[in-house]
Design a protein around this ligand. Structure first.
Ligand SMILES: [Zn+2]
Length: 118
């Protein structure tokens, strides 16, 4: 079951290291969910919604020989993954997770999949 995250108050924020584009940018105050403890991503890169990734599956499916059944299974797996829960993810984490799920069903390299992200 997915958590309906409840952010902590601004005085309860936690100071954690912050990385941007792979570089340390010191400590920053992070909001976290008081229910499950996930720290909210404060990356400026906007996360994608699940629809974007589902669309990408059909684009990938057309480019490679992917059966309809495989595509349905991928789409289901994506919907059940935490990819749809962008609270604690930034865009690069979403992309990594997407690649991991695709590779469970289709034998493609990371690089050939990365080309589908603009
Ligand atoms: Zn939560």
């Amino acid at each position: 079951m997915m958590c309906e995250h409840v952010s902590c108050g601004s005085s309860e924020k936690v100071w954690l290291p912050y990385k941007y584009k792979g570089r340390d940018r010191g400590l920053k105050a992070h909001t976290y969910c008081v229910k499950c403890g996930i720290v909210k991503s404060i990356s400026p890169d906007k996360t994608r919604d699940i629809g974007y990734f589902i669309n990408l599956v059909s684009v990938i499916g057309r480019s490679f020989k992917v059966t309809k059944i495989q595509m349905r299974m991928i789409a289901m797996d994506l919907s059940n993954s935490c990819l749809a829960d962008a609270y604690g993810l930034d865009r690069s984490m979403q992309e990594l997770l997407f690649i991991q799920i695709i590779k469970k069903y289709i034998n493609l390299s990371d690089n050939s999949l990365k080309e589908f992200f603009q």
